[in-house]
Design a protein. Structure first.
Lengths: 569, 121
């Protein structure tokens, strides 16, 4: 189906289509709960169908939001038919649509991957998966803070279950830490939200944006404290250093499809920060304009360093994938902290590409570890120090030198070749090397740092210390990531080891190929995608449009006005 | 009344954070519970006109319909949601805690005996 047809379908169903990304997974999950655990295949089929339909809906919403040129026709849905500051509001703009498409795509890939074996590792995998999708979609669509909290809790509750899927000591241990830190973060979230309510008297994001410039001078310190507490809750989710020590153990202990889905979870934190920060503390926020931007920037930069060093220091591919998620999240936060529309556009291009690559790396890591431990039971669960394990070091019989005769003339099996190529593509995207989308995204970000006002206008404007630091860090962390991933690749694909040929099923290869093909597509279509993200960034940095669209959304007239008693004016 | 409530929230938060930083899973869950009580009280106190003692958010037939005569209903709705969610999460945490205890044989958060003895004399 082409874009025009999507657009036509979306146009006719809007604004009700906006509810579908939340309602569809909810209903599917509720239906699946009625099925007994023996009906695994039915559940799988339902899950696949629902996720596929979700992807279709997300694409239609994306086409719709990209088409409505000036964002004055932002999608606004009033589920309770109450006008904006009083009732619940869902709002769809380009950023939300982009995140929805990304979520559905990664989810589809991981459910197909799970279909090969992981979904049988425990009970209720499909149900939890759908609830997770519901929470993610809700967090992207909601336009008020308390519903954001509720959807965060839904996605977190589902993620606790998914993390523990498959059980085992490592997962329970990592899950314990993950749940504890997220419960503490939820407390911070609630404190921040209720303080904001106490100061401004509203929880609607658009209404908050209107109220913040007019907050009394005596309350401004309190407002900033509230924003800081709320921001900390999101930063924990976005895995900023030093609040991210839970991430790598949790993500690497999770089963591979769950790890791939979790690659999205840090992006929810980044999304919430980007959305609220640009909306509430944009340049129009009076005395609170760009509050905490420096913190975001510095935190992001430290996270980049932490992620890159972690990648270099870890030997397991799953740990590397976890640190790659940290690195990507740090890059996004550091770039977001600058508060420049050009940089935001570039980071919005980098966000999907890095998420796809990290998700693919999680899936690949599972296959690689299975290949390595072919036939033998992996005892990763009982290991004391996973980073310094002797079994992961190349032994004396392992040939790491490509000049030695033994390797020449060896036939590479197709499955191993596929795995090697996929790993190569992942490396290129994560390290940001040409010719793939990671490179395009990083170049776009560096370009925006060097030319903050566009090419002509910023001729006399040097980037400043922060700009140069970001530039150096982006290149440096790219190099470290490259070294780390190259080393892993050499050990797994070039070193001659006695092991059986890899048996790869199509359902395992397909999602990885799809995720990486999406990265290639992003590279080929970089022009249109960048135009889209530029429009997104412009809309984010002019929050007035969003505020007006949400506040002016009129409730539908009652079908029988005479029969309903009128409210007192 | 405000000072009593503020002190209660402060004491609950302080104890909660202290327990949260302890090495035993049981202490963690107590800490998280105390923290969630503190947060619930905090939300409750964040009504638009302070604590509004002795007032209810239910419309009365005679009183004029403004916030001077009623308690702010929104924090009450929020606190209800927060209590339900917090309760469910605590129950879930309890299950994971028991699973961890069963699997590792210790109630240390890292599930290891050796460090356990060092930190808990």
């Amino acid at each position: 189906m082409n874009a025009a047809a999507w657009l036509d379908a979306a146009g006719r169903l809007m604004p009700h289509l906006m509810l579908a990304p939340i309602a569809l997974p909810l209903l599917t999950a509720a239906l699946m709960l009625l099925l007994r655990e023996e009906h695994q295949r039915t559940k799988l089929a339902l899950n696949l169908l629902s996720t596929l339909a979700g992807l279709g809906v997300a694409l239609a919403l994306l086409a719709w939001s990209a088409h409505t040129g000036q964002a004055s026709t932002l999608g606004v849905y009033l589920p309770g038919n109450w006008p904006a500051p009083f009732g619940i509001v869902l709002a769809l703009d380009r950023l939300a649509a982009l995140m929805l498409v990304l979520t559905s795509f990664v989810a589809l890939a991981s459910i197909v991957f799970a279909a090969s074996r992981w979904h049988r590792a425990g009970v209720h995998f499909h149900v939890l998966f759908q609830f997770q999708l519901m929470g993610l979609a809700g967090a992207f669509l909601t336009a008020d803070l308390f519903n954001l909290f509720v959807f965060f809790e839904i996605l977190l509750a589902a993620s606790y279950g998914l993390l523990l899927h498959g059980s085992g000591r490592a997962r329970v241990q990592a899950g314990l830490h993950y749940i504890a830190i997220n419960l503490a973060a939820s407390s911070l979230f609630l404190i921040g939200v209720s303080m904001l309510y106490g100061i401004t008297g509203t929880l609607n994001m658009a209404d908050l944006a209107r109220a913040i410039p007019g907050v009394a001078e005596g309350d401004r310190g309190l407002l900033h404290a509230a924003a800081g507490i709320l921001g900390t809750a999101f930063l924990i989710k976005a895995a900023v250093w030093p609040l991210n020590f839970w991430l790598v153990p949790a993500y690497s202990a999770a089963t591979a499809p769950v790890g791939a889905l979790f690659a999205l979870m840090t992006k929810v934190g980044v999304y919430a920060l980007l959305r609220l920060w640009t909306l509430l503390f944009g340049s129009g926020a009076g005395d609170s304009a760009l509050l905490g931007g420096t913190w975001l920037m510095v935190g992001g930069m430290l996270t980049m360093v932490f992620g890159a060093i972690g990648m270099l220091g870890s030997q397991r591919t799953t740990h590397q994938a976890g640190y790659a998620a940290v690195l990507s999240s740090g890059t996004l936060l550091a770039a977001a902290g600058f508060g420049q529309a050009g940089l935001t556009a570039a980071l919005l291009y980098y966000l999907p590409s890095s998420t796809l690559a990290v998700a693919a790396l999680f899936l690949l890591a599972d296959l690689i570890e299975r290949w390595r431990n072919d036939g033998t039971r992996t005892d990763a669960d009982d290991e004391d120090a996973p980073f310094l394990s002797a079994e992961l070091l190349p032994g004396p019989g392992v040939n790491l030198d490509d000049a030695e005769e033994v390797l020449i003339g060896r036939v590479i099996p197709a499955a191993a070749a596929f795995l090697g190529l996929a790993f190569l593509v992942c490396t290129l995207v994560i390290a940001g090397l040409p010719p793939l989308s990671g490179f395009v995204g990083k170049v776009a970000m560096l370009w925006a740092v060097l030319h903050p006002l566009g090419l002509g206008a910023s001729a006399d404007m040097p980037p400043g210390a922060a700009g140069w630091t970001l530039l150096a860090l982006m290149l440096g962390t790219g190099l470290l990531a490259l070294i780390a991933l190259t080393r892993t690749g050499m050990r797994h694909f070039w070193a001659a080891q006695d092991r059986a040929a890899l048996r790869l099923r199509v359902v395992e290869g397909l999602p990885i190929a799809a995720l990486l093909a999406a990265c290639v597509w992003l590279t080929v279509q970089a022009g249109p995608v960048m135009a889209f993200t530029e429009a997104t960034a412009r809309a984010l940095h002019t929050p007035e449009v969003y505020v007006r669209a949400v506040m002016e959304a009129a409730p539908l007239a009652s079908p029988a006005p005479a029969a309903t008693p009128q409210e007192a004016p | 009344m405000e000072i009593v409530l503020a002190l209660a929230i402060g004491v609950l938060t302080g104890s909660g954070v202290w327990l949260l930083l302890r090495p035993r899973t049981f202490q963690i869950i107590m800490g998280l519970s105390l923290l969630s009580y503190a947060v619930n009280l905090f939300i409750f106190s964040m009504g638009r006109l302070g604590l509004q003692l002795g007032k209810v958010p239910v419309l009365a037939p005679h009183a004029p319909q403004d916030l001077q005569h009623y308690a702010d209903p929104l924090p009450q709705a929020l606190v209800l949601t927060a209590i339900v969610i917090g309760f469910a999460m605590t129950a879930l945490f309890l299950v994971v805690l028991l699973a961890s205890r069963g699997m590792s044989g210790t109630d240390h958060v890292d599930g290891s005996h050796s460090r356990d003895r060092q930190e808990m004399p």
